[in-house]
Design a protein around this ligand. Structure first.
Ligand code: IPM
Ligand code: MG
Length: 345
Protein backbone atom coordinates (compact mmCIF):
# COMPACT_ATOMS: atom_id res chain seq x y z
CA UNK A 1 0.00 0.00 0.00
CA UNK A 2 1.07 3.58 -0.53
CA UNK A 3 2.45 5.28 2.56
CA UNK A 4 0.22 7.71 4.43
CA UNK A 5 2.44 10.57 3.23
CA UNK A 6 1.32 9.94 -0.32
CA UNK A 7 -2.24 9.17 0.58
CA UNK A 8 -2.58 12.41 2.50
CA UNK A 9 -1.77 14.70 -0.38
CA UNK A 10 -3.53 15.51 -3.61
CA UNK A 11 -1.51 15.12 -6.77
CA UNK A 12 -2.15 17.50 -9.63
CA UNK A 13 -1.33 15.84 -12.94
CA UNK A 14 -1.56 17.68 -16.26
CA UNK A 15 -2.42 15.62 -19.33
CA UNK A 16 -1.27 16.76 -22.76
CA UNK A 17 -2.81 14.37 -25.30
CA UNK A 18 -0.77 15.81 -28.21
CA UNK A 19 -1.13 14.78 -31.85
CA UNK A 20 -1.74 11.71 -34.01
CA UNK A 21 -2.37 8.68 -31.82
CA UNK A 22 -1.66 10.77 -28.68
CA UNK A 23 -5.28 11.67 -27.80
CA UNK A 24 -6.48 8.04 -28.10
CA UNK A 25 -3.54 6.84 -26.00
CA UNK A 26 -4.18 9.36 -23.22
CA UNK A 27 -7.94 8.78 -23.35
CA UNK A 28 -7.63 4.98 -23.16
CA UNK A 29 -4.94 4.94 -20.51
CA UNK A 30 -6.66 7.41 -18.15
CA UNK A 31 -8.91 4.64 -16.72
CA UNK A 32 -5.69 2.86 -15.73
CA UNK A 33 -4.69 5.89 -13.65
CA UNK A 34 -8.17 5.91 -12.13
CA UNK A 35 -7.98 2.21 -11.30
CA UNK A 36 -4.58 2.68 -9.64
CA UNK A 37 -5.74 5.73 -7.68
CA UNK A 38 -8.76 3.91 -6.40
CA UNK A 39 -6.88 0.76 -5.43
CA UNK A 40 -4.11 2.61 -3.58
CA UNK A 41 -6.23 5.44 -2.17
CA UNK A 42 -4.33 8.08 -4.12
CA UNK A 43 -6.02 11.40 -4.59
CA UNK A 44 -5.25 12.88 -8.01
CA UNK A 45 -6.61 15.72 -10.13
CA UNK A 46 -6.26 15.21 -13.86
CA UNK A 47 -6.47 18.32 -16.08
CA UNK A 48 -6.19 18.24 -19.84
CA UNK A 49 -4.22 20.89 -21.72
CA UNK A 50 -3.63 21.72 -25.36
CA UNK A 51 -0.15 21.44 -26.90
CA UNK A 52 1.52 20.22 -30.05
CA UNK A 53 0.93 20.65 -33.74
CA UNK A 54 -2.85 20.79 -33.26
CA UNK A 55 -2.47 23.91 -31.10
CA UNK A 56 -0.65 25.92 -33.76
CA UNK A 57 -3.68 26.62 -35.93
CA UNK A 58 -5.82 27.77 -33.03
CA UNK A 59 -3.28 29.51 -30.81
CA UNK A 60 -0.40 30.27 -33.17
CA UNK A 61 1.96 28.22 -30.98
CA UNK A 62 2.47 24.58 -29.98
CA UNK A 63 2.64 25.57 -26.30
CA UNK A 64 -0.05 28.17 -25.49
CA UNK A 65 0.27 30.37 -22.38
CA UNK A 66 -2.77 28.72 -20.86
CA UNK A 67 -1.03 25.34 -21.09
CA UNK A 68 2.14 26.74 -19.55
CA UNK A 69 0.04 28.00 -16.59
CA UNK A 70 -1.59 24.59 -16.29
CA UNK A 71 1.84 22.93 -16.13
CA UNK A 72 3.10 25.48 -13.59
CA UNK A 73 0.14 24.70 -11.36
CA UNK A 74 0.66 20.92 -11.53
CA UNK A 75 3.07 18.46 -9.90
CA UNK A 76 3.96 16.74 -13.16
CA UNK A 77 2.71 16.13 -16.68
CA UNK A 78 1.83 13.05 -18.67
CA UNK A 79 2.35 13.84 -22.32
CA UNK A 80 1.25 12.06 -25.47
CA UNK A 81 3.38 12.13 -28.61
CA UNK A 82 3.40 15.35 -30.63
CA UNK A 83 4.14 16.15 -34.24
CA UNK A 84 7.13 18.47 -34.58
CA UNK A 85 7.29 20.76 -37.60
CA UNK A 86 10.45 20.60 -39.68
CA UNK A 87 12.20 23.21 -41.74
CA UNK A 88 13.95 26.53 -41.24
CA UNK A 89 12.03 29.04 -39.14
CA UNK A 90 9.59 26.47 -37.72
CA UNK A 91 8.74 26.43 -34.04
CA UNK A 92 10.86 24.51 -31.50
CA UNK A 93 9.24 21.22 -30.42
CA UNK A 94 6.82 21.55 -27.49
CA UNK A 95 8.56 18.66 -25.68
CA UNK A 96 11.94 20.36 -25.99
CA UNK A 97 10.44 23.66 -24.76
CA UNK A 98 8.94 21.98 -21.69
CA UNK A 99 12.18 20.12 -20.90
CA UNK A 100 14.10 23.41 -20.98
CA UNK A 101 11.46 25.59 -19.32
CA UNK A 102 11.20 23.27 -16.29
CA UNK A 103 14.87 22.19 -16.32
CA UNK A 104 13.88 18.55 -16.76
CA UNK A 105 17.52 17.76 -17.24
CA UNK A 106 17.47 13.97 -16.96
CA UNK A 107 15.90 11.97 -19.77
CA UNK A 108 15.41 8.52 -18.25
CA UNK A 109 14.71 5.82 -20.83
CA UNK A 110 14.65 2.24 -19.59
CA UNK A 111 14.79 -0.78 -21.90
CA UNK A 112 13.85 -4.05 -20.28
CA UNK A 113 12.45 -7.24 -21.80
CA UNK A 114 8.81 -7.93 -21.10
CA UNK A 115 7.98 -11.60 -21.12
CA UNK A 116 5.85 -12.39 -24.18
CA UNK A 117 7.16 -9.51 -26.28
CA UNK A 118 9.42 -10.56 -29.12
CA UNK A 119 12.82 -8.97 -28.67
CA UNK A 120 16.12 -8.83 -30.53
CA UNK A 121 17.85 -10.12 -27.36
CA UNK A 122 16.73 -11.51 -23.98
CA UNK A 123 18.12 -10.52 -20.58
CA UNK A 124 18.22 -6.79 -21.27
CA UNK A 125 17.75 -4.37 -18.37
CA UNK A 126 19.40 -1.05 -19.11
CA UNK A 127 18.56 2.62 -18.67
CA UNK A 128 19.72 5.41 -20.93
CA UNK A 129 20.17 8.67 -19.04
CA UNK A 130 20.04 11.41 -21.62
CA UNK A 131 21.18 14.98 -20.89
CA UNK A 132 18.01 16.80 -21.82
CA UNK A 133 18.74 20.52 -21.92
CA UNK A 134 21.68 21.28 -24.21
CA UNK A 135 24.02 19.54 -26.72
CA UNK A 136 22.66 19.57 -30.26
CA UNK A 137 19.32 20.75 -28.86
CA UNK A 138 20.78 24.18 -28.06
CA UNK A 139 18.46 25.75 -30.65
CA UNK A 140 21.51 27.49 -32.15
CA UNK A 141 20.95 26.26 -35.66
CA UNK A 142 21.13 28.83 -38.43
CA UNK A 143 21.92 29.62 -42.02
CA UNK A 144 25.09 31.68 -42.33
CA UNK A 145 24.75 32.12 -46.08
CA UNK A 146 22.64 30.74 -48.90
CA UNK A 147 24.82 27.62 -49.02
CA UNK A 148 26.05 27.14 -45.47
CA UNK A 149 24.22 26.32 -42.27
CA UNK A 150 25.62 25.79 -38.78
CA UNK A 151 24.38 24.15 -35.61
CA UNK A 152 26.10 24.63 -32.27
CA UNK A 153 26.43 21.74 -29.85
CA UNK A 154 26.64 23.26 -26.40
CA UNK A 155 28.21 21.30 -23.56
CA UNK A 156 28.61 22.93 -20.16
CA UNK A 157 30.36 21.67 -17.05
CA UNK A 158 27.30 22.45 -14.95
CA UNK A 159 24.83 20.41 -17.02
CA UNK A 160 27.31 17.57 -17.53
CA UNK A 161 28.10 17.28 -13.82
CA UNK A 162 24.39 17.42 -12.99
CA UNK A 163 23.55 14.55 -15.37
CA UNK A 164 26.64 12.66 -14.20
CA UNK A 165 25.45 12.82 -10.58
CA UNK A 166 21.97 11.71 -11.55
CA UNK A 167 23.29 8.74 -13.54
CA UNK A 168 25.66 7.73 -10.77
CA UNK A 169 22.89 7.78 -8.15
CA UNK A 170 20.77 5.62 -10.42
CA UNK A 171 23.61 3.15 -11.03
CA UNK A 172 24.12 2.86 -7.25
CA UNK A 173 20.53 1.65 -6.88
CA UNK A 174 21.01 -0.88 -9.68
CA UNK A 175 23.88 -3.09 -10.82
CA UNK A 176 26.55 -0.42 -10.17
CA UNK A 177 27.78 -0.12 -13.72
CA UNK A 178 27.88 3.20 -15.57
CA UNK A 179 28.88 3.65 -19.21
CA UNK A 180 29.70 7.13 -20.51
CA UNK A 181 28.89 7.46 -24.21
CA UNK A 182 30.53 10.24 -26.23
CA UNK A 183 32.45 10.95 -29.42
CA UNK A 184 35.58 12.40 -27.89
CA UNK A 185 37.77 11.37 -30.82
CA UNK A 186 35.99 13.90 -33.05
CA UNK A 187 34.27 16.33 -30.67
CA UNK A 188 37.53 16.82 -28.87
CA UNK A 189 36.76 19.85 -26.70
CA UNK A 190 33.06 19.38 -26.02
CA UNK A 191 33.14 15.68 -25.33
CA UNK A 192 36.28 15.78 -23.21
CA UNK A 193 34.46 18.37 -21.09
CA UNK A 194 31.40 16.08 -20.96
CA UNK A 195 33.41 13.03 -19.93
CA UNK A 196 35.65 14.89 -17.49
CA UNK A 197 32.59 16.46 -15.78
CA UNK A 198 30.87 13.10 -15.39
CA UNK A 199 33.99 11.53 -13.91
CA UNK A 200 34.33 14.48 -11.54
CA UNK A 201 30.69 14.17 -10.50
CA UNK A 202 31.32 10.48 -9.86
CA UNK A 203 34.07 11.41 -7.39
CA UNK A 204 35.77 8.25 -6.16
CA UNK A 205 33.09 6.29 -8.08
CA UNK A 206 31.53 5.07 -4.81
CA UNK A 207 31.57 1.44 -5.74
CA UNK A 208 30.22 1.98 -9.25
CA UNK A 209 32.33 0.65 -12.10
CA UNK A 210 32.62 3.22 -14.88
CA UNK A 211 33.56 2.61 -18.47
CA UNK A 212 33.07 4.49 -21.72
CA UNK A 213 32.30 3.96 -25.38
CA UNK A 214 32.19 6.06 -28.51
CA UNK A 215 28.64 6.51 -29.69
CA UNK A 216 29.18 4.70 -33.00
CA UNK A 217 30.68 1.69 -31.22
CA UNK A 218 27.84 1.83 -28.70
CA UNK A 219 25.30 1.59 -31.53
CA UNK A 220 26.72 -1.83 -32.42
CA UNK A 221 27.34 -3.01 -28.84
CA UNK A 222 23.67 -2.38 -28.12
CA UNK A 223 22.79 -4.97 -30.76
CA UNK A 224 25.60 -7.38 -29.93
CA UNK A 225 25.52 -7.44 -26.12
CA UNK A 226 22.77 -5.19 -24.71
CA UNK A 227 22.53 -7.42 -21.62
CA UNK A 228 25.93 -6.25 -20.44
CA UNK A 229 24.83 -2.62 -19.87
CA UNK A 230 23.24 -1.13 -16.80
CA UNK A 231 23.15 2.70 -16.86
CA UNK A 232 24.33 4.56 -19.96
CA UNK A 233 24.84 8.32 -19.67
CA UNK A 234 25.16 10.47 -22.75
CA UNK A 235 24.42 13.87 -24.27
CA UNK A 236 21.12 14.92 -25.79
CA UNK A 237 21.24 13.83 -29.44
CA UNK A 238 23.21 10.62 -28.80
CA UNK A 239 20.63 9.75 -26.13
CA UNK A 240 17.78 10.49 -28.52
CA UNK A 241 19.19 8.12 -31.14
CA UNK A 242 20.36 5.34 -28.82
CA UNK A 243 17.07 5.28 -26.92
CA UNK A 244 15.11 4.46 -30.09
CA UNK A 245 17.62 1.70 -30.80
CA UNK A 246 17.46 0.35 -27.24
CA UNK A 247 13.64 0.35 -27.32
CA UNK A 248 13.71 -1.64 -30.58
CA UNK A 249 16.01 -4.23 -29.00
CA UNK A 250 13.37 -5.12 -26.39
CA UNK A 251 10.37 -5.00 -28.71
CA UNK A 252 10.01 -1.66 -30.45
CA UNK A 253 9.36 2.00 -29.76
CA UNK A 254 5.73 1.07 -29.05
CA UNK A 255 6.87 -0.27 -25.68
CA UNK A 256 9.48 2.38 -24.76
CA UNK A 257 8.51 4.63 -21.82
CA UNK A 258 10.38 7.69 -20.58
CA UNK A 259 10.63 10.18 -17.77
CA UNK A 260 12.05 13.70 -17.95
CA UNK A 261 13.11 14.62 -14.46
CA UNK A 262 14.12 17.93 -12.89
CA UNK A 263 14.55 19.16 -9.33
CA UNK A 264 10.86 19.77 -8.63
CA UNK A 265 8.91 18.79 -11.72
CA UNK A 266 8.73 15.90 -14.19
CA UNK A 267 7.21 14.94 -17.52
CA UNK A 268 6.38 11.38 -18.55
CA UNK A 269 5.96 10.44 -22.20
CA UNK A 270 6.30 7.51 -24.59
CA UNK A 271 9.54 7.49 -26.60
CA UNK A 272 7.63 6.99 -29.87
CA UNK A 273 6.20 9.64 -32.19
CA UNK A 274 2.63 10.61 -33.08
CA UNK A 275 2.27 7.95 -35.83
CA UNK A 276 -0.29 9.91 -37.91
CA UNK A 277 -0.95 6.97 -40.23
CA UNK A 278 -2.39 4.92 -37.36
CA UNK A 279 -4.53 7.74 -35.98
CA UNK A 280 -8.13 6.88 -35.20
CA UNK A 281 -7.73 3.21 -36.14
CA UNK A 282 -7.80 2.00 -32.54
CA UNK A 283 -4.63 -0.04 -33.02
CA UNK A 284 -1.97 2.13 -31.37
CA UNK A 285 0.17 0.24 -28.86
CA UNK A 286 -0.54 1.73 -25.40
CA UNK A 287 2.33 -0.02 -23.58
CA UNK A 288 4.84 2.87 -23.79
CA UNK A 289 2.27 5.30 -22.38
CA UNK A 290 1.16 2.88 -19.65
CA UNK A 291 4.75 2.19 -18.58
CA UNK A 292 5.37 5.95 -18.54
CA UNK A 293 2.46 6.14 -16.08
CA UNK A 294 4.19 3.49 -13.95
CA UNK A 295 7.32 5.67 -13.99
CA UNK A 296 5.19 8.62 -12.86
CA UNK A 297 3.97 6.78 -9.74
CA UNK A 298 7.50 5.62 -9.00
CA UNK A 299 8.69 9.23 -9.24
CA UNK A 300 5.91 10.14 -6.78
CA UNK A 301 7.38 7.55 -4.45
CA UNK A 302 4.38 5.22 -4.79
CA UNK A 303 6.34 2.17 -5.90
CA UNK A 304 3.47 -0.25 -5.31
CA UNK A 305 1.34 1.58 -7.87
CA UNK A 306 4.17 1.32 -10.41
CA UNK A 307 4.50 -2.42 -9.87
CA UNK A 308 0.72 -2.96 -10.08
CA UNK A 309 0.78 -1.31 -13.51
CA UNK A 310 3.76 -3.37 -14.66
CA UNK A 311 2.08 -6.56 -13.49
CA UNK A 312 -1.10 -5.56 -15.32
CA UNK A 313 0.85 -5.06 -18.56
CA UNK A 314 2.63 -8.40 -18.16
CA UNK A 315 -0.67 -10.17 -17.45
CA UNK A 316 -2.28 -8.72 -20.58
CA UNK A 317 0.63 -9.74 -22.76
CA UNK A 318 0.89 -13.23 -21.32
CA UNK A 319 -2.85 -13.73 -21.92
CA UNK A 320 -2.40 -12.54 -25.53
CA UNK A 321 -4.37 -9.35 -24.91
CA UNK A 322 -2.08 -7.19 -27.00
CA UNK A 323 -2.13 -4.92 -30.01
CA UNK A 324 -1.19 -6.00 -33.52
CA UNK A 325 2.36 -4.68 -33.45
CA UNK A 326 2.94 -7.10 -30.54
CA UNK A 327 1.44 -10.00 -32.48
CA UNK A 328 -2.03 -9.83 -30.92
CA UNK A 329 -5.46 -8.76 -32.11
CA UNK A 330 -6.60 -6.42 -29.36
CA UNK A 331 -7.53 -2.82 -29.91
CA UNK A 332 -5.91 -0.04 -27.92
CA UNK A 333 -9.01 0.24 -25.77
CA UNK A 334 -9.36 -3.55 -25.34
CA UNK A 335 -5.83 -3.84 -24.01
CA UNK A 336 -6.21 -0.82 -21.71
CA UNK A 337 -9.54 -2.06 -20.32
CA UNK A 338 -8.03 -5.45 -19.52
CA UNK A 339 -5.13 -3.84 -17.67
CA UNK A 340 -7.39 -1.44 -15.72
CA UNK A 341 -9.57 -4.39 -14.67
CA UNK A 342 -6.54 -6.42 -13.53
CA UNK A 343 -5.39 -3.50 -11.42
CA UNK A 344 -8.83 -3.11 -9.83
CA UNK A 345 -9.00 -6.76 -8.79
C1 IPM B 1 12.10 12.08 -28.25
C2 IPM B 1 11.65 12.71 -29.53
C3 IPM B 1 11.81 14.22 -29.43
C4 IPM B 1 13.28 14.53 -29.27
C5 IPM B 1 11.22 15.02 -30.61
C6 IPM B 1 9.81 14.62 -30.91
C7 IPM B 1 11.31 16.49 -30.35
O1 IPM B 1 12.32 12.19 -30.61
O2 IPM B 1 11.52 12.40 -27.19
O3 IPM B 1 13.01 11.27 -28.29
O4 IPM B 1 14.00 14.71 -30.27
O5 IPM B 1 13.72 14.62 -28.13
MG1 MG C 1 13.56 10.54 -30.10
Amino acid sequence: MASSRHMARKWKVALLPGDGVGPELIENTTPILEAVNERFGISMDLSVGVAGFNAIEKYGTNLPEKTISLLKGSDCVLKGPMTTPEGGGSEISAAVKIRKMFSLYAGVRPSKNISGIKAVKPGVDLIIVRENTEGMYSGLDFRVSEDTAMALRVITRRASERIGKFALQLAKKRRRHLTIVHKGNILKESDSLFKESILRAAGGHSGVSIDEAHVDAMAQWLIKKPESYDVIVTENLFGDILSDEAAMIVGGVGVGPSANIGAGYAMFEPVHGSAPKYTGKGIADPVATILSEAMMYEWMGIEAAGSAIRKGVEAAISKGVKTRDLGGRSSTSGMCKYIAKRISK
